[in-house]
Design a protein around this ligand. Structure first.
Ligand SMILES: [Zn+2]
Length: 421
């Protein structure tokens, strides 16, 4: 029964793909760069779209400049499925590095071009369009869809997804689908955590000519720590038996996508990046101050507290004077069990639509998906993507990818909400 309903819905997407593609293009034409711009215009555009399609919604501001759209389709008798998408994009940056206008929303034979096509206005358009089709067909749902369109994923999600969850807008949710870019062949079911460390090194100034004997060099001190910090990458994640297959597939995906020697280890090992270092005043002076900032990413099974403990050990072992540091916690690693009905449905539908192998996978980065997982809501990410342009230049998305992802969304909703049309 549900298979024939899916076929019918998928046929509608094929028949009306121009509408979907135009929706993506229209979203691209509204700049919503974060930081530097705002999401007022795009929020207004999406609200009007929902209004025209008679989908109930409200705009909820976590702060005056941060509008979230929460829309609803269905009833309270059954499951609650959250569909999440962010309306903000990272800045386009230097226009000279683009081969096309990042905000033209140009449509070619096979692609849509512009900032935010892959991350993630195509995915956002997909979940909105899927909801619209169900509204239009007056589909019968056993439960409801809650749409979360959020304004600030690119700056951490505090005023968007996190705020919505803390204020009860995902109450009793049974599952959440985030339409962030993955690739057609994988469905994201877990992410790494992140912790930032800021180190401050204090020394004693002296004339550079006598620096080996007099004064205390803050730069050489901090370098001793940075030298040891790489040791943290030896820390390995811990996985349950049932997670090993997903882990193995994730490593294969990382290897294929990132094409660097040993890069598959990024999935199940701690990653460390010394992002900035600032110190010293002049070549012929002994530096009396230096600071550095480090980004540490933790795999599943390694907590922020483990990193803090290991880092303390490193610094203590060096026995240095005049060193201060602080930890800034961003997130813990998080995951959804690959046996959840949501994950199975996503994989089955995607395999059927693409007629190719699709697997659940862990990512090396993180997104708003974590906030839903912290609240014990099974959550996946699945969305159209050409990864090369994401957070870079010449961002694009393939039209085939947009159409098929939207079909996957409708397939998942049909399975979980036992949709009838
Ligand atoms: Zn994104």
């Amino acid at each position: 029964m549900s298979e024939s309903i899916k076929e019918e819905l998928w046929q509608i997407i094929d028949d009306r793909k121009d509408e979907l593609v135009n929706l993506v293009s229209n979203l691209i034409k509204i700049p919503s760069e974060n930081p530097t711009s705002n999401v007022e215009e795009i929020t207004e555009f999406i609200s009007e779209y929902l209004e025209q399609n008679k989908i109930e919604y409200e705009i909820i501001r976590s702060e005056p400049k941060y509008p979230n759209i929460v829309a609803k389709l269905g009833n309270d008798e059954g499951k609650t499925i959250v569909l999440n998408g962010h309306a903000d994009v990272v800045p386009a940056g230097d226009r000279n590095k683009w081969d096309f206008d990042p905000f033209s929303g140009e449509i070619t034979d096979t692609q849509i071009l512009g900032r935010g096509t892959s991350d993630m206005k195509a995915g956002l358009a997909g979940i909105i369009f899927a909801t619209k089709i169900l509204a239009e067909k007056k589909a019968k749902l056993k439960g409801k869809i809650i749409l979360h369109v959020v304004p600030d994923e690119e700056t951490g999600g505090d005023k968007g997804s996190k705020w919505l969850i803390e204020n009860g807008y995902a109450r009793n949710a049974d599952a959440c689908l985030v339409a962030e870019p993955t690739s057609y062949s994988n469905c994201e079911v877990g992410q790494k955590g992140s912790l930032w460390i800021k180190i401050k090194s204090y020394g004693k100034s002296a004339h550079g000519s006598i620096g080996n004997y007099v004064g205390e060099n803050a730069i050489t001190k901090i370098i001793k720590i940075l030298d040891k910090v790489e040791d943290l990458t030896q820390l390995k994640g811990k996985y349950k038996e049932s997670q090993l297959k997903v882990l193995e597939d994730s490593k294969m995906i990382a290897k294929g996508a990132l094409k660097a020697e040993g890069v598959e280890n990024v999935i199940d090992h701690v990653a460390v990046n010394v992002g900035t270092i600032n110190g010293g005043i002049k070549t012929n002076m002994v530096a009396d101050y230096c600071e550095a900032a480090i980004d540490v990413r933790m795999p599943i099974g390694v907590k922020a507290a483990d990193i803090e403990r290991e880092f303390n050990k490193i610094v203590d072992g060096l026995n240095l004077q005049g060193i201060d540091y602080e930890f800034n916690w961003n997130s813990e690693a998080n995951y959804t069990d690959a046996n959840e009905p949501l994950v199975k449905s996503a994989v089955n539908n995607a395999e059927k639509i693409w007629n190719k192998k699709v697997v659940p996978a862990y990512q090396w980065a993180s997104s708003d998906a974590r906030y839903y997982r912290y609240n014990n809501i099974p959550t996946i990410q699945y969305g159209p993507a050409n990864t090369e342009g994401i957070h870079s230049y010449n961002e694009t998305v393939d039209i085939e990818d947009v159409i098929n992802s939207t079909k996957v969304y409708l397939g998942i909703l049909t399975d979980l909400l036992e949709i009838e049309i």
